[in-house]
Design a protein around this ligand. Structure first.
Ligand SMILES: *Cc1c(COP(=O)(O)O)cnc(C)c1O
Length: 392
């Protein structure tokens, strides 16, 4: 007896044809490089904490890889977003535009800055903010006063916009930059998921005033926990470093802090791991792209489902591979999630949309019909860079 529908069986065989018959996690880190060597060097030096050469080296190498003028390493991606919002001038009582389809960190960082998240819709092509819908929405619901964009229904200033490059697929950043310009909004890119993703050859996270990365255990490279702030501004780079290191004035023995700072600096131990991981990033990206090619072939024969590909003109890091079910098959989504996880193939649905969570259920939001459709239809499938494509 086989309880699964034909559709569910087809998806499982497509996954199996790529992944083989062993259990497979959704996303696992890979430590095949200099991790042990650098960690030992770090321990031997006794500089495991807030001082040490690996932090400086990691920051320089991140700047060089992304092309950002400055990279400041911090304890996690959420902290990077929090400080970036403060540096962009987000003040208590402001509103900040962000997608409803995102990981909780984007919204929480706005709340930490004592501002109010204001959720907007996504598009199917990039899974990120829908620039066209956003422009229409802002044109009809806001007005410019004193050089600020005012939400007419709340009377509050909309200070900033935080697009996110979903699962590594670059959002339509040029259109969003134009909106930020026209409505006088500061643009901060949540590039937590898109290390290695580019638009016209330029790295995501380097288009806005500031950009943020994450090196959590499930991201493309990991430092255990970690993040970074990217910026091309010398002034903001120095401010980011200052604010994330308790705003301490450099001095050989005095402890003087000249404003409210944060203890957000990445420990040297984590940076050592990061240096080893960065060396392997190009091969991780090749491996993820190869996995996409194998999935594309395998799923081309399955009707009712589409594998999400990088948007035109963009290069995605393919952090998390994504299937979109046809709207007619959404009633099979949970059966598919259950069946795949039952046979050891880890899959998961999209994040519950931010405006449905208790702490964000009463904040302003645009019509969210596409985000709601994507939430119903989206499934992430195994995506680790260590997955060796199965050859029968
Ligand atoms: C991972 C992630 C972050 C940052 O998460 P941390 O765990 O704090 O490093 C932020 N935004 C998005 C969209 C993410 O996926």
């Amino acid at each position: 007896m086989n309880p699964h529908s034909f559709f569910v069986q087809q998806v499982i065989s497509a996954l199996r044809s790529v992944l083989g018959s062993k259990p497979v996690a959704l996303h696992e880190p890979s430590f095949a490089g200099n991790e042990w060597l650098y960690l030992k060097e770090c321990l031997d030096s006794t500089y495991v904490s807030s001082v040490g050469k690996f932090v400086d080296r990691f920051e320089l190498e991140l700047a060089s890889f992304t092309g950002a003028k400055h990279a400041v390493a911090v304890v996690n991606g959420t902290a990077a977003l929090h400080v970036s919002l403060l540096l962009a001038g987000v003040k208590p009582g402001d509103e900040v535009l962000l997608p409803a389809l995102t990981f909780i960190a984007t919204a929480n960082a706005v709340a930490y800055a004592q501002a109010t998240p204001h959720f907007v819709d996504s598009e199917e092509r990039s899974l990120g903010m829908d620039a066209r819908a956003l422009r229409d929405y802002l044109s009809s619901t806001t007005e410019m006063r004193g050089g600020h964009c005012i939400n007419r229904s709340t009377g509050r200033v909309i200070r900033a916009i935080v697009p996110m490059h979903t699962f590594g697929h670059p959002v339509d950043i040029q259109a969003l930059l134009a909106i930020a310009h026209d409505f006088q909004l500061q643009l901060i890119e949540d590039a937590a998921e898109s290390l290695g993703s580019t638009v016209d050859g330029r790295h995501t996270g380097t288009f806005g005033l500031l950009g943020t990365l994450s090196f959590n255990g499930n991201k493309t490279i990991t430092t255990g926990g970690g993040g970074a702030i990217l910026t091309n501004s010398d002034e903001l780079g120095a401010r980011a470093k200052h604010l994330t290191t308790t705003a301490k004035l450099q001095h050989r023995w005095n402890f003087v802090h000249d404003e409210l700072g944060y203890n957000y600096r990445l420990p040297n131990l984590n940076a050592a791991l990061g240096c080893a991981q960065l060396e392997q990033l190009p091969s991780f990206l090749d491996s993820k792209r190869l996995l996409f090619d194998h999935y594309r072939l395998a799923f081309s024969a399955v009707t009712g489902v589409r594998l999400v590909a990088e948007p035109e003109g963009c290069r995605s890091n393919y952090w998390l591979q994504t299937l979109l079910l046809d709207e007619t098959l959404v009633d099979q989504r949970d059966a598919l999630l259950t069946a795949t996880n039952d046979v050891g193939l880890m899959t998961r649905p999209a994040w519950k949309l931010m405006h449905r969570l208790p702490m964000y259920s009463n904040v302003p939001k645009a019509p969210l019909s596409m985000a709601e459709s994507l939430e119903r239809r989206l499934i992430n499938i195994p995506s680790s860079s260590g997955l060796v494509p199965f050859v029968p």
